[in-house]
Design a protein around this ligand. Structure first.
Ligand SMILES: CC(C)(COP(=O)(O)OP(=O)(O)OC[C@H]1O[C@@H](n2cnc3c(N)ncnc32)[C@H](O)[C@@H]1OP(=O)(O)O)[C@@H](O)C(=O)NCCC(=O)NCCS
Length: 391
C-alpha cells in the first residue's frame, strides 16, 4: 500500500478493493463512462474472481474512494506463444479529484499489482491516449467494428459440411476454452481467458465436434427490425468461421444487420460481396510491464538468429533469439553489436508489430542502424494484432 499527497491537500492510499466498496466503485465507473456495455466481462466479475484485480484510491481521513481500476489476468498470443498478460479497464478518477496525479498514481499501482500477479504485458482500450502513453503504453492495433448487412451474410458460400448450432451449456466450457487457447497462438493480441460475456451463447458442431462458439445479443434498431451484436466469436478454422457468419442470421428475416469486431485472422471481409466500412474504429494499447520478461516470453519467427541490445528508457537488455525463442540478459551499454534505443511505449508498439522499426528509424522515433532496423522488422513481424475478445 502506498500513499501520496496530491497538490491540493488531501492524501490518498492505494489498495485492493474489498467487500463494501462495490457501490462506490460502481458510482465512479458510472460517472466516468456513460456506457460501459463494452465491458460485460468486468461488470459481472464483482466481487470475487481470482483472475480479476480491482484497485482503488482511498482518501485519507474520510475513507472516500477517489479512483478505481480493474485488471483481468489472461494469456495473450504474441508470435505463437501465450504471454502472461493483464487487460486493464474501468480506469476512473472522481471528477473532483482529476488533474492532481491520482490517475497516474493509480495506474502505476495497477501495473505493479499486475506485475506482482505474474503479468508481463498489459492491454487496454484507451479513451485518453496521452494518459496511458506517458505511463509507457504504445498503440498496438485497431479495433474496427463492422456493420454487415444480413443479406450479405446469407449470400456467403455454403460450407461443404453443415454445422449444427445449439445453445451453449456449462459442459461446453472445456471445448470452448480449447478453441480460445488455440486461436490466441494463431494470431497476435488475442486474449486467452475465461470470461462470462453475457447475452445468448451458442456452440457450433461439425461432425459431433465443437468447432465454434459465439456470444451475441439482439438490439432493436427500428420498430420491426433489430441488429445482432456479436460480442465474441471463436472458430476452429476459417471454414467453420465462415459457416457461423452465414448461419448467424439465416433464419432471422427481421435481423437487418450484424455488428461485429472481426476476430483475429478472419477472412470474412474477403468473402463479402460488397465492401464494408467500419462503423466504429478505435485503437488499443499495449504496455510492457517487464521488458526483459516480455521479450523473452513471446515467440519469434523460426529460422532467425539474432542478438540485439535494447536501451529502453535508460535500461539496457540484450535479447538473444534462436529457434523461435528468445532469452534476455542485462545489457552492457558499452558492448559492441546491434543496438537500438527507444522509449518503452515505442518498444510496446514494435512488439505488437504495429510500429515498423524501419520507418520508425527513418522518422527518428528509435535510434539504430539500418541493418538492425531491418532485423527488428523481421523479429516482430506478424499479422495485425487484434484485441478481439471482451474482458
Ligand atoms: C483519464 C483520467 C483517469 C486521468 O486521471 P487524473 O487523475 O485526472 O490524471 P492525472 O492528474 O494523474 O494525470 C496524469 C497525466 O496524464 C495526463 N492526462 C490526464 N488526463 C488527460 C487527458 N484527458 N488528455 C491528455 N492528458 C491527460 C495529465 O496531463 C498528466 O500528465 P503530466 O503529469 O505530464 O502533466 C481521469 O480524467 C478520468 O477518470 N477520466 C474519465 C474516464 C477515462 O477517460 N478513463 C480512462 C480511459 S479508459
Amino acid at each position: 500500500m502506498r500513499s501520496a499527497d496530491p497538490a491540493g491537500g488531501a492524501g490518498f492510499v492505494l489498495r485492493a478493493a474489498r467487500a463494501g466498496d462495490e457501490d462506490a466503485v460502481a458510482g465512479l465507473v458510472a460517472q466516468a463512462f456513460s456506457d460501459d456495455s463494452h465491458r460485460p466481462g468486468l461488470a459481472q466479475a464483482w466481487p470475487e474472481d481470482p483472475a480479476v484485480l480491482r484497485r482503488v484510491a482511498e482518501r485519507t481521513g474520510d475513507g472516500a474512494l477517489l479512483a478505481t481500476a480493474t485488471l483481468r489476468l489472461a494469456g495473450q498470443g504474441w508470435g505463437g506463444r501465450v504471454v502472461p498478460a493483464a487487460a486493464l479497464a474501468g480506469v476512473a478518477v472522481d471528477l473532483t479529484a482529476r488533474g492532481r496525479g491520482v490517475g497516474a498514481a493509480l495506474l502505476a499501482d495497477a501495473f505493479a499489482a499486475a506485475r506482482a500477479a505474474g503479468a508481463l504485458v498489459v492491454a487496454l482500450i484507451p479513451s485518453t491516449h496521452a494518459f496511458y502513453r506517458r505511463s509507457g503504453c504504445g498503440t498496438a492495433g485497431r479495433r474496427p467494428v463492422y456493420a454487415i448487412a444480413s443479406h450479405q451474410l446469407r449470400a456467403l458460400p455454403r460450407p461443404a459440411v453443415r454445422l449444427v448450432h445449439r445453445a451453449a451449456t456449462p459442459a461446453d466450457a472445456a471445448a470452448v476454452a480449447a478453441l480460445v487457447a488455440a486461436r490466441s497462438v494463431r494470431g497476435n493480441g488475442g486474449l486467452d481467458h475465461d470470461v462470462e460475456t453475457g447475452g445468448a451463447q451458442f456452440v457450433s458442431e461439425r461432425a459431433g465436434r465443437v468447432v465454434g462458439w459465439c456470444a451475441l445479443r439482439r438490439r432493436p434498431s427500428t420498430r420491426s427490425l433489430y441488429t445482432v451484436v456479436v460480442h465474441d466469436l471463436v472458430a476452429a478454422d476459417a471454414e467453420a468461421e465462415l459457416a457461423i457468419w452465414r448461419d448467424l442470421v439465416a433464419d432471422e428475416p427481421s435481423a437487418s444487420q450484424v455488428h461485429a469486431l472481426l476476430p483475429t485472422g478472419s477472412l470474412l471481409e474477403h468473402h463479402l460481396p460488397r465492401q464494408t466500412e467500419p462503423v466504429e474504429d478505435s485503437t488499443w494499447m499495449l504496455g510492457l510491464l517487464d521488458v526483459p520478461g516480455a521479450l523473452a516470453a513471446r515467440g519469434y519467427p523460426a529460422g532467425v538468429s539474432a542478438r540485439v541490445r535494447f536501451d529502453v528508457d535508460g535500461t539496457a537488455t540484450t535479447l538473444h533469439v534462436a529457434d523461435g525463442s528468445g532469452r534476455t540478459a542485462p545489457g552492457d551499454p558499452d558492448a559492441d553489436g546491434p543496438a537500438v534505443r527507444l522509449s518503452g511505449a515505442d518498444l510496446a508498439s514494435v512488439y505488437a508489430g504495429h510500429l515498423d522499426p524501419v520507418a520508425a528509424a527513418h522518422a527518428g522515433i528509435l535510434t539504430t542502424d539500418p541493418s538492425t532496423a531491418g532485423l527488428l522488422r523481421t523479429l516482430f513481424a506478424g499479422p495485425p494484432a487484434v484485441l478481439d475478445r471482451p474482458f
